[in-house]
Design a protein around this ligand. Structure first.
Ligand SMILES: Nc1nc2c(ncn2[C@@H]2O[C@H](COP(=O)(O)OP(=O)(O)O)[C@@H](O)[C@H]2O)c(=O)[nH]1
Ligand SMILES: [Mg+2]
Length: 441
């Protein structure tokens, strides 16, 4: 697993900056410090040093931090150089590192991978770290932080330990079945605990996909007939020209997206081709795509001009809002929300837009409200569903007659939980997870 190599990378991002941080991990760190920083500084204290490059010439003066393993992020010896973020400075440091024997440039996710391999962080924490680096909004940050700090990993481990305890009870029943002094019904003791555990896992699964929605963002789709003002609305919401607005019906043919931060939650607003029967093949493809996005949306905004019929009325209901557009053309229509719960806006004058935005903010808030979800990815949901499936199968068995089968089901449930935290055989998912990282993480 390349434990003998030492990896290095710029961890502070590409491009010119005030400061660049170059991170090194592996057994050659002491050699690195001797070659480049005149010896080992005091562990975990910032030391201002001249940093020497390839020919022994000073590249820069900067801070050097020395984190001896195993008490480091990766669990290995680690060094950080904090230097000025000029391209030539960074290149000089990287070249000097490449010259130290045993050192090679890190690949994407290498540092996190070593931390995981050395047992410093579990798989849910790795995912939390990746999500934190990717987080764009406040809710995403909060959720990622909690996961990175091991909140969900601890709960899954607690469940796994409880399962191991239950397996122990079943096996005690098996091992001592022939002995008089051990009651044969010892396995029965597992039943109430198992029922409680199943309840806890079910509660976590019953989360309306809040965690995944925060992580991936909500989808709000703008739909309606051609010329209803859909493209004008996405442009108004995004405050920039994302879509072409034209009086020619059928202008928007592809699906266009704007990513917004609404109340701290990422929301993808989607503009679609106007829904109509069209002889034009490209427009038809656009309409098909629009229908696909409507079906998977968290919320659909059905747009229609005053007095025009629209699909909106037929589909109105939860997750479907009806919006009257171009109200500047019919001055009698009040802006904002009409008495029958519809919305009325003008993208042109901005009338009703604040009310609509406020409505969207409330919708987002209600969608993610509630206790913060543990499940942030499909992977978690699948493992938990499988785990609870095995537990329920076990709970339907006869604890005395079939205690071996009960123990086996519980073992399988425990394996699902162990895969969640990466304790066992997860090679197949590791590549997918670490691939999401950039170099230097
Ligand atoms: N008066 C007025 N015209 C609008 C408004 N919104 C859009 N339009 C016009 O209606 C036409 C169609 O708009 P567009 O946003 O392209 O509609 P889409 O086909 O649903 O995407 C364009 O000529 C726009 O300028 C509005 O609020 N008021
Ligand atoms: Mg359009």
């Amino acid at each position: 697993m390349g434990e003998e190599t030492t990896i290095f990378a710029v961890s502070s991002g590409a491009g010119k900056a005030g400061v660049a941080i170059i991170r090194v991990s592996g057994p050659a760190c002491t050699r690195v410090l001797e070659h480049m920083a005149g010896g080992l500084p005091e562990p975990r204290y910032a030391a201002l040093r001249s940093i020497r490059g390839r020919n022994g010439e000073t590249v820069d003066r900067g801070l050097v931090l020395w984190f001896p393993g195993p008490g480091s992020f990766t669990g290995e010896d680690c060094v950080e150089f904090h230097v000025h973020g000029g391209r030539a400075v960074v290149r000089g440091v990287l070249e000097a590192l490449a010259d130290v024997s045993g050192c090679r440039p890190a690949e994407a996710g290498d540092f996190a991978r070593r931390a995981f391999d050395n047992g410093k962080i579990d798989l849910t924490e790795v995912e939390g770290l990746a999500d934190l680096i990717d987080s764009e909004t406040e809710w995403q940050r909060r959720q990622a932080c909690r996961q990175m700090e091991g909140h969900s990993g601890r709960i899954y481990e607690d469940w796994r330990h409880r399962l191991i305890g239950l397996i122990g009870l079943c096996e005690a029943g098996i091992d001592f079945a022939d002995e008089d002094d051990v009651p044969a019904d010892i396995a029965l003791k597992a039943a109430p605990d198992l029922a409680a555990l199943i309840g806890e896992v079910r509660d976590v699964l019953d989360d309306d996909h809040r965690g995944e929605r925060i992580r991936e963002g909500l989808a709000v789709v703008i739909a309606g007939p051609p010329n209803a003002g859909k493209s004008s609305l996405i442009n108004a919401l995004a405050r920039r020209d994302i879509a072409i607005v034209s009086e020619r019906p059928g202008t928007t043919r592809d699906v266009l997206e704007a990513r917004l931060d609404i109340g701290g939650v990422p929301v993808t607003v989607v503009d679609t081709a106007g829904l109509r029967e069209s002889g034009d093949e490209i427009e038809r493809i656009g309409v098909d795509r629009a229908r696909g996005r409507i079906d998977s949306a968290d919320l659909v905004l059905w747009l229609a001009e005053e007095g025009t019929d629209s699909e909106a009325e037929r589909r109105e209901g939860s997750g479907h809002w009806c919006i009257r557009t171009k109200i500047d053309l019919s001055p009698s229509t009040a802006s904002g929300r009409t008495a029958d719960g519809r919305w009325a806006i003008s993208a042109k004058t901005g009338a009703g837009m604040d009310a609509l935005l406020e409505g969207l903010r409330k919708f987002v808030e209600e969608t993610v409200a509630g206790e913060m979800a543990l499940i942030t990815r499909m992977r978690h949901r699948i493992e938990l569903r499988n785990a609870v499936g095995y537990m329920e199968a076990a709970s339907r068995l006869d604890y005395i007659a079939d205690s071996e089968l009960v123990a086996e089901d519980l073992r399988l449930a425990g394996q699902c939980l162990a895969r969640l935290t990466g304790r066992i055989d997860v090679e197949d998912v590791l590549d997918v997870i670490f691939r999401d990282f950039c170099i230097g993480k």
